[in-house]
Design a binder for this molecule. Structure first.
Ligand SMILES: [Zn+2]
Length: 422
């Protein structure tokens, strides 16, 4: 969609589906020895040459330069490749395809939950095939379509990335709709809980978790009114007692002050956060899940001030990095443009991080270890280390030199099963 952006030649959907069929079967239990020519540790920003990764029973059994290869192991030769943990996206909406908020309300009337689950599966598989092995889906999925997606993948019915879902978004009355005639009724509740007091928020959190939410997502400032510190603290208290993180959509201003004071786990977007707010986030260890849109996506979506928004995002990302806020990589793609896949669109975000002066090593860390910390799965995923699930990708050039290398990922392993080979 964006002019001048190199597209990965021919996303091989058909070949991918074939591999999926085989990978879903007992191949998962196979032992693999991966010869990794250049093994990247994104947490340290370092490369180890000529390593062997031993994969058994979905997990990394060992890794190092002198690992004995068992006789029954299938050897995968990535001697000429740069190998790293699978990429994560901390802010997806894989079941949704709308032209930003202009179509949000209309979408409720034409796409039932089952259809949304199927789109979610298709999108999730496209992302996995490109090397995105974990996604955190933060609402706007009809009636829990992403819960069904997660269950179907977890049961092994389909190959897909690890999915976390926020279920329904909790927001002040009206969700993210506006201008709905009173007699039409609150039809935004297809995707949102209205919750307008600490008690209502606690109830919404409990109901959402009951129906399958892995995290709680609130929208704090999409209306002329916004959540108070007291209301946000109720959400944090209730959700943390259930062992889950809280993500809050907020752009800036007093609403962001309240969100920071309440001690949430991540701010989503935060396009207009001030330096003072970013510093308070750093002190409290609150992640910025910045969804740092390329201005080209806004313009393609005919957003009136796309260029201005794009520049503001680059400025905020630069300041957040300079201040040292913990940053997660997330995209917030809700739209499909022309023949550009969601994976291609994901890689369009690389240019924004580059423009903000974030070094490649830092971005790779955000896309792996940082996202794993935010998703509370650091002990399972986010690194190539003994005992972790084998979510491994590879590409023919070094992403530490230029993150555009990610567009050329040609090997993907998920839970120790090969999804894609060079
Ligand atoms: Zn979003």
């Amino acid at each position: 969609m964006q002019k001048g952006v190199p597209r990965r030649p021919g996303t091989p959907h058909a070949a991918f589906i074939l591999l999926c069929v085989f990978a879903a079967a007992p191949a998962c239990a196979q032992t693999f020895a991966i010869r990794a020519g250049h093994l990247i540790d994104p947490s340290a920003g370092t490369v180890s040459e000529n390593q062997i990764i031993l994969v058994q029973d979905k997990k990394i059994a060992d890794v190092g330069p002198n690992i004995a290869i068992p006789k029954d192991a299938a050897v995968i030769n990535l001697s000429n490749e740069w190998v790293m943990p699978g990429i994560m996206d901390a802010h997806t909406h894989v079941t949704q395809s709308v032209r930003y908020f202009r179509e949000l309300d209309h979408n409720y009337l034409v796409e039932p939950t089952g259809f949304r689950s199927l789109r979610g599966l298709r999108t999730a598989q496209i992302l996995l095939n490109a090397g995105i092995t974990t996604i955190r889906d933060v609402g706007n999925d009809a009636n829990f379509a992403a819960v069904d997606l997660r269950k179907a993948i977890d049961r092994g019915w389909f190959v897909g990335p690890t999915v976390q879902t926020a279920g329904k978004i909790i927001a002040p009355f009206g969700g993210q709709s506006s201008g709905i005639p009173q007699e039409i009724g609150p039809f935004w509740r297809f995707e949102y809980y209205d919750a307008d007091s600490p008690e209502e928020i606690r109830h919404a959190v409990r109901e959402n978790i009951f129906y399958g939410a892995d995290l709680i997502k609130l929208v704090a400032d999409n209306s002329p009114y916004h959540y108070s510190v007291e209301e946000l603290r109720a959400a944090v208290d209730e959700t943390h007692h259930a062992g889950r993180p809280v993500a809050v959509h907020v752009q800036g201003g007093e609403a962001a002050d309240n969100v920071i004071a309440a001690g949430v786990d991540s701010i989503e977007h935060g396009f207009f956060l001030t330096d003072s707010q970013l510093k308070r986030m750093k002190e409290k260890g609150i992640f910025l899940s910045g969804t740092d849109f390329p201005s080209g996506h806004f313009e393609a979506g005919e957003i009136a001030n796309g260029k201005v928004m794009g520049a503001a995002i680059i400025d905020r990302l630069h300041r957040a990095y300079a201040i040292g806020v913990k940053m997660a990589f997330g995209t917030d793609i809700v739209t499909d443009y022309g023949d550009e896949s969601r994976a291609d669109m994901t890689w369009d975000y690389l240019a924004v991080w580059r423009a903000a002066g974030v070094p490649p090593a830092e971005l790779l860390k955000c896309m792996t270890a940082n996202d794993a910390e935010l998703l509370q799965i650091s002990k399972q995923r986010g690194a190539i280390a003994k005992g972790l699930y084998a979510d491994i990708i590879a590409m023919p050039s070094n992403p530490l030199d230029d993150t555009e290398a990610l567009r050329r990922v040609n090997f993907v392993m998920k839970n120790g099963a090969v999804v894609r080979k060079p």
